[in-house]
Design a protein around this ligand. Sequence first.
Ligand code: NAD
Length: 539
Amino acid sequence: MALNTVVLEELSLLEEVRPLLARLGVEEMSANAAGSVSQSSAAELEVRTPITGQVIARLRETSESEAQEAIETAYRAFLVWRNVPPPRRGELVRALGEELRAGAADLGRLVTLETGKILSEGLGEVQEMIDICGFAASLSRQLEGRTIASERADHRMMETWHPLGVVGVISAFNFPVAVWSWNAALALVCGDAVVWKPSEKAPLTALAVQALFLRAAAKVGGVPEGLCSVLLGGARLGELLVDSPRIALLSATGSTAMGRAVGPRLARRFARALLELGGNNAAIVCPSADLDLTLRAVAFAALGTAGQRCTTLRRLIVHESVYEDLISRLQQVYRSVAVGDPRAAGTLVGPLIDERSFAAMQAALQEARSAGAEITGGERIEVEAVGGEAAFYVRPALVEVAAQLPVVKRETFAPILYVLKYRELEEAIALHNDVSQGLSSSIFTLNMREAERFLSASGSDCGIANVNIGTSGAEIGGAFGGEKETGGGRESGSDAWKQYMRRATNTINYGTRLPLAQGVSFEIEPAEGGATNDSPNPE
Ligand code: NAD
């Protein structure tokens, strides 16, 4: 199978990266593609590992004309793929899952190298991909429509679901590959083609996934060329997907600022949008909470992925009766949690993605400090074994604030946990909902009334609401996404597949009369002996 538009050009790879790419099939894929792609006008994309800040690869960016060609090829692939029976489409996704399973250790490590998340989380991201492939492969035999009661005699009404077209996927750096799989696995079984623009900060893992996809496609056979492709580059290529009339659905994951740019452009051409944007997630800790469990849950939710998950816990709203106890224990955790090389056993917090992220964290802490906040941690750390000028390791920051300051209401994509005190549950829920984002939320309580209030219509206003577990680490079986400025999209499990299909309502008349809906009468002069709306059935 010929490749789309990706060429791995000149490489200056770390010793560690090259064998991973070789085993995952990236070099082979790129070598095959080299002859078919023009080498002119090659802008370069520099890939750095946040572990050391070093450049680990240089890739040739996809040009705009190549991107347009990939979209056209995807559209042609869609015209074929939509007619392949869904269970056969599911076979491709099942095979992709098998390739991911075989390459999990290598791909997980590459995720760690490219994003700086600890190995266990790198592997967890790949496991999530395997899980969604399993889900989607099963779904391929369960795509279904309803039969609906018709008000007219001898009529049947039903819904059918058809493939939609080419799905564009724009993804963020922090889940460089899982987000693609949430979209692609569903889109493929739904009969769509996929064009992916990964984050410019994490293109290597995207190439690796593309290589695994091509292996799966070769094994299964009969997969049209260009069904899935990858465009390497920055926002400009994303805009190209956004504006292309060939892209029927654009799934965009990233900051709310990106969503603000993308949303109106999609609306202008009436395209379907699936927006997965920033979060500002909170947890309420009630008087009856199991504090040992709460401490562990808060630590994972706030410190995991160095605070760089969309679902990271950013605000902790604690009842005054347990405040001192919980916060003093949390301060100990923040002072001692192992920050360092994400490849090392024992490390729980790896580096920030880059200097910009570090600067944004410091600016937020300065703003909070000026407003009287008390801060534990937040400073830059030298990690001798790996660090350097260009690597940004920080001690996570626990920030006690007296009120929900403007800085608390913003998402700063770094390990900062703001802590607030409350007295009445209503007050805590009001604080909880008083931000413009609405992704994930938790309550820690053993009181059934409090838990149910939080989950009720007048409780959390988020797309995800949990009891006695943290805000992050969602399973693929549920629909994932959030409200308000988080964008309203839902991906992954439950019935999220419906967004990747086009719904048709069908009404079938198997009688001999033509009754009109709502009892409307529309009589034309009957021809001699002809039927009217109301003429009785002959039987
Ligand atoms: P980002 O917004 O900087 O970039 C995300 C992607 O959008 C990249 O691929 C980028 O090239 C592209 N992009 C940027 N501007 C664009 C434009 N005008 N048109 C088209 N494409 C454009 O985000 P990031 O720093 O990579 O990721 C962090 C952000 O993503 C955080 O805000 C985080 O909360 C959010 N996020 C959300 C979810 C979710 O599911 N809700 C998941 C992961 C990350």
